[in-house]
Design a protein around this ligand. Structure first.
Ligand code: ADP
Length: 628
């Protein structure tokens, strides 16, 4: 039994190939986690780092809250099962299973008990005297599992264990491994490129692509709410259909228009999370719909297509087709006009038929045409609020309020602008009031739909808020973006500041021992690094670390005024930034600019800043990577 924590894990191979980027996950005890993705996406590398068979370039790996980055594989108390079985050919099944335990000098009697118990669980009791070559692929894989089982490990790591088996055996073994997980009550981490295995076995799935985690979620959330087009296409068979489209809001409906002249209409309520800027009838989007969420009709409405192939699988029929063009001719370029529909209990469709596919409005997906990220995020990224200004005040959400001085300066006279407001920047307060239309629970958060004219403002509210109530709130003005004439004139302030600097080491004799001290150096300011962070930077970059520059990131609320006697980052306050409710200062220091929290009595002029090394995160500047 074990919990595992991967925190900002990276793997850069010696040839410079970055195979795993910023992989973070908390794995609870007894979870069945599946890493899935196309070949080469970094699944095995991650698993091997957990097993200790591959070094971790950067990041921390904890097993049961113990940092194990540098712990030998044999001491991690986890067992790995490989695709290739890795059995000793000259040993019997019994000997293969007993081998690891004998190496650990376990008493023969206990070995026997453990092997027999595992053999029973895996139904290979009758084969214990056989050699691996006298067994089928499925039986060999059981032996490999048995060899892991007898060790009673804290966690099982399985790397494509079923890929050498035929389809039928794979399905059986899938069920058996799931049952094994249930009875062992142990953490499993399972690598596969097969999305069916992932969906049927995992309690949570990590979808990876080219070394990057795409989404970590339960099977049903991946299926219903894929974060991007890649996940949407990877999960589910046959694959989701994707079509280029534009969206236009018409009152309580949204028209979805396709390049071939086809059109469907959806109730606005079903797509209200899509930001208004995509509903202008021009902005290209990608429409996604799964084959099982299209209804086939002989006439009227939906996407017209000609049937090009029909696969009758007995319980279901897969209908393949090509969308037509405006004139009803089916001559459009092949790409992007293929459609797949899955129907059940229908046997009347023939190749050559011209039919209509009607999407289930509850099951539609939309993605940004460029980023391919969903437009229907469970928590929308931001709201847009139009604002008018006059005489130092602003009018927004039917309310007059003071225009923050920093907005006035950024607007340089513009009389109207737009605020981009993340849901988390809407906080309890007294400036505004809207009625809560509905509340949706998203993981541990409560997303409120606040009525706002003919659309919604999305806010995160407390667990006690109820639909029908009035919600009083204010805005965190420093967390909003300001857009005037289509240009961002003020970016939201992030939570941390970055400074570039170097890294140095001193060596001193202390009580007869040579002790190393490491420092983050920003201009003349040297902050002594935590020794473990110093060693980490040195172990990643070698002695080149003393010639490199690093990016040091510090949470803004951890940057303080230095004490008189303290070593400090000397700078100058060059501007005061007044958001009304919050004040900041722009500081020039060591040739860099940073924004720090300021109180009302701050003035332009010299300032000495300090922060603690425990609050510093260090990033490589040569490769996009968090080091510690
Ligand atoms: P997966 O298990 O998802 O198929 P891997 O983790 O095996 O992917 O590999 C991820 C990437 O790292 C691939 O591009 C692979 O070629 C590369 N890679 C794997 N091992 C090494 C190595 N020892 N040296 C350099 N590159 C490697």
């Amino acid at each position: 039994m074990a919990n595992l924590k991967l925190s900002h894990i990276y793997k850069v191979y010696d040839n410079g190939h970055k195979a795993v980027n910023d992989f973070s996950i908390d794995i609870a005890d007894r979870e069945f986690i599946v890493f899935v993705g196309p070949s080469g996406c970094g699944k095995s590398t991650t698993l091997r780092m957990i097993a200790g068979l591959e070094t971790i370039t950067a990041g921390d790996l904890f097993i049961d809250d113990v940092l194990v980055n540098d712990m030998e594989p044999k001491d991690r108390d986890i067992a790995m099962v490989f695709q290739s079985y890795a059995l000793y050919p000259h040993m019997t099944v019994y000997e293969n299973m007993a081998f690891g335990l004998r190496n650990r000098k376990m008493p023969e009697q206990e070995i026997r008990e453990r092997v027999l118990k595992a053999a029973k669980m895996l139904d290979i009791e009758d084969y214990l005297e056989r050699k691996p070559k006298e067994m089928s692929g499925g039986q060999r894989q059981r032996v490999a599992l048995g060899r892991a089982l007898v060790r009673n490990p804290k966690a099982f790591l399985l790397d494509e264990p079923l890929s050498n088996l035929d389809a039928k055996l794979r399905a059986t073994m899938r069920t058996e491994i799931t049952a094994l997980h249930k009875s062992l009550k142990t953490t499993f981490i399972y690598v596969t490129h097969d999305q069916v295995e992932a969906m049927t076995m995992g309690t949570r799935i990590v979808v990876m692509k080219l070394g990057y985690v795409q989404q970590i979620d339960t099977p049903m959330n991946l299926y219903n709410e894929p974060y991007n087009k890649f996940v949407a296409g990877f999960i589910g068979t046959p694959q989701m259909n994707f079509f280029d489209a534009t969206l236009k809001r018409q009152g309580s409906e949204v028209q979805v228009d396709f390049p071939n002249g086809g059109r469907i209409t959806l109730p606005y309520e079903k797509v209200s999370k899509i930001h208004a800027r995509y509903l202008d009838g021009k902005t290209p989007v990608i429409f996604g719909i799964r084959p099982e969420h299209l209804e086939l009709r002989r006439e009227g409405g939906g996407l017209q297509f000609v049937v090009t192939n029909v696969e009758r699988l007995g319980n279901e029929t897969i209908v393949y087709g090509k969308l037509g063009d405006k004139t009803g001719e089916f001559t459009m370029k092949d790409e992007g006009n293929q459609i797949t529909v899955k129907v059940i209990d229908r046997d009347d469709i023939e190749v050559g038929d011209v039919v209509y596919a009607v999407p289930n409005p509850e099951k539609v997906h939309f993605f940004d045409a460029e980023t391919e990220i969903t437009l229907m995020n469970r928590i929308p990224t931001y709201n847009s609020i139009p604002v008018q200004t006059a005489g130092g005040r602003m009018q927004l959400l039917n309310t007059q309020t003071a225009l923050p001085p920093v907005y006035a300066a950024a607007l340089s006279g513009a009389k109207s602008f737009e605020l981009t407001v993340p849901p988390a920047a809407i906080v309890p307060g007294s400036d505004f009031c809207r009625r809560i239309a509905k509340i949706e629970q998203v993981d541990d958060k409560h997303l409120a739909y606040l009525e706002n004219g003919d659309s919604y403002l999305f806010a995160l509210v407390g667990a006690d808020a109820k639909p029908g109530q009035d919600y009083r709130f204010g805005l965190l003005y420093d967390k909003l973006g300001v857009i005037a004439d289509g240009k961002t004139v003020l970016e939201p302030l992030g939570d941390s500041e970055s400074l570039t600097g170097t890294f140095t080491r001193t060596e001193k004799k202390e009580k007869g021992e040579r002790v190393q001290h490491f420092f983050y150096c920003i201009g003349d300011y040297a902050v002594e690094a935590l020794p473990e962070h110093g060693y980490k930077i040195n172990s990643i970059d070698g002695d080149a670390c003393y010639k490199k520059t690093y990016r040091y990131s510090v949470p803004r609320d951890r940057i303080r005024i230095a004490d008189e006697a303290e070593n400090a980052l000397s700078g100058r306050v060059t501007a005061l930034i007044d958001y009304g409710s919050a004040r900041f200062a722009r500081v020039e220091a060591a040739g860099q600019t940073l924004t720090v929290n300021a109180s009302a009595d701050w003035k332009e002029g010299p300032v000495r800043l300090a922060f603690d090394s425990a609050d510093v995160s260090v990033y490589s500047t040569s490769i996009d990577m968090k080091i510690c």
